[in-house]
Design a protein around this ligand. Structure first.
Ligand code: FPP
Length: 249
């Protein structure tokens, strides 16, 4: 009750109706850097600082789940220096932040395809998940080597395998069954999705999971994103009328 009141006063957010799960496409790092004559990698570096700020703000606003897209299945097509730079930043982030995330009771999970990743990154991911698996004060989900279509295809393959093995009948397949084969199986669907950087597309992010999410697009480049931007997005979400296909009386 106390937390709800504090939120109302500070940010204009209705503390009783905050989204449980926010997903973010952190776009605009490159353009932010170009505009300042800096390298794209510097933009991504500042993107990590924005992620830190946003995580802290999300916790202040009593959000429980934050999913951020750090590397897509398509990002391998970027120049090798940028790909290597992003992989290096990811290593650095986990090494530097894991202890603090754990101390703050944050459960860290990764979604996406794991097969194409360097072995050291894979073992860092497994280690971080193992260390934080019993934490439940906040859930940070990093989409790394993630593609929404890829997630669905892998889910369908697993189901097809079970049908082939005779443990499942085609008529047993339903939305619930597909959902629990996705890499987000343990996480509720996002209530809202924010995309920074001015583009108004979902771009192969959580295609299945965003079905009923409120979509918020902002011109702000990700490295500039801050607590006020998050508060504004949540206020915007709270103005929306979520009907899930039904009618409101
Ligand atoms: C899109 O901006 C952003 C990415 C492809 C990577 C996002 C990565 C970070 C925020 C830092 C790394 C995160 C972790 C957790 C280690 P863009 O490069 O496409 O920007 P542009 O559209 O302006 O070129």
């Amino acid at each position: 009750m106390k937390a709800v009141k504090v939120l109302d006063q500070i940010s204009g957010i209705d503390g009783a109706a905050v989204p449980k799960h926010i997903a973010i496409i952190m776009d605009g790092n490159g353009r932010w850097a170009n505009a300042r004559g800096l390298s794209r990698l510097e933009g991504h570096r500042q993107g990590i600082a924005a992620l830190r700020r946003t995580l802290e703000a999300a916790r202040t606003f009593n959000i429980r789940y934050l999913t951020v897209w750090a590397f897509s299945t398509e990002n391998w097509r970027r120049p090798l220096t940028e790909v290597n730079g992003l992989l290096a930043l990811f290593r650095h982030y986990i090494k530097k932040e894991l202890v603090e995330l754990h101390q703050n009771g944050i459960n860290l999970q990764f979604i996406g395809r794991r097969t194409d990743l360097p072995a050291d990154i894979l073992s860092m991911m497994n280690h971080a998940e193992q260390v934080t698996k019993d934490n439940s004060s906040f859930y940070l989900i990093i989409a790394f080597n993630y593609g929404g279509r890829d997630d669905i295809v892998r889910s369908v393959k697993r189901i097809a395998q079970q049908v082939q093995e005779g443990v499942l009948l085609p008529e047993d397949i339903n939305e619930e069954l597909l959902s629990i084969q996705l890499s987000t199986a343990s996480v509720p669907d996002p209530d809202m999705m924010i995309r920074t950087g001015g583009e108004t597309r979902i771009s192969n992010f959580l295609l299945w999971q965003l079905s009923y999410a409120e979509l918020i697009f902002t011109e702000t480049y990700w490295p500039d994103f801050n607590k006020d931007d998050l508060a504004y997005a949540i206020q915007e979400y709270q103005k929306r009328d979520r009907r899930y296909g039904a009618l409101n009386s």
